[in-house]
Design a protein around this ligand. Structure first.
Ligand SMILES: [Fe+2]
Length: 215
């Protein structure tokens, strides 16, 4: 089976070292500035629970550039035309957890890429594929492409370090039913106003963190 057939069968695909180390290192440095900036905001607003969990930035200029940069490679790999919807930078902190969920329609084709972390061990992302639960380790520059609205995915509690940086890239099939979701309904990429979201959760729907992690 080639990559496109494997993706169709399993609904996910692992692509290792897809971005060169030097580029990952530069992106990691950039995300470190975001972490510093957001952490100082968190200190100023530490009474506000919204700031107490992971940091996330929607539609950042750098991650949106990555969306465009990797689109041709993904189209070739998956043998289908894609339309970018949105990207997200997320910086998890110790104790964070991502509950079992599926993504919204704009995440028809989703990619999750590891950028950086400070612990010694990898923190796996878990998915359900062909009725099996899998733990997938992604090191810096590795990513998983998966059918976000079909595949259940989650992360168990993060305990192996103080922070973990992940970038998400989302596309829809240009010839599929969600093609109208181009740019996630925004005027263009890098517009940071996020539209209303709809996500399906499968556990702990009342948890504060679950409500915050809608993607
Ligand atoms: Fe997700």
């Amino acid at each position: 089976m080639n990559f496109a057939e494997t993706f169709e069968k399993n609904s996910y695909l692992i692509l290792k070292k897809i971005v060169p180390d030097e580029t990952i290192s530069m992106i990691a440095g950039y995300c470190n500035f975001i972490k510093k900036e957001k952490s100082s905001q968190a200190k100023a607003y530490e009474h506000d629970t919204e700031y107490k969990k992971s940091i996330q930035v929607y539609g950042d200029k750098l991650s949106e550039s990555l969306l465009l940069q990797l689109q041709p490679m993904l189209e070739k790999t998956l043998e289908r035309q894609l339309i970018p919807t949105y990207s997200l930078i997320r910086i998890y902190s110790k104790g964070d957890e991502l509950y079992r969920h599926k993504d919204r329609d704009a995440c028809e084709i989703s990619c999750t890429m590891t950028i950086n972390y400070d612990g010694e061990k990898l923190w796996p992302i878990c998915i359900e594929s062909n009725q099996q639960e899998l733990k997938i380790n992604l090191d810096r520059g590795d990513f998983m492409v998966y059918k976000g609205r079909e595949v259940l995915h989650w992360r168990n509690k993060f305990e192996t370090g103080e922070y973990w940086v992940q970038i998400f890239l989302h596309f829809v099939d240009a010839n599929g039913p969600f093609a109208k979701l181009k740019y996630d309904g925004r005027e263009g990429l890098a517009v940071q106003t996020r539209p209303k979201r709809k996500t399906v959760f499968f556990s702990n729907p009342l948890s504060l963190f679950t409500r915050k992690q809608k993607m």
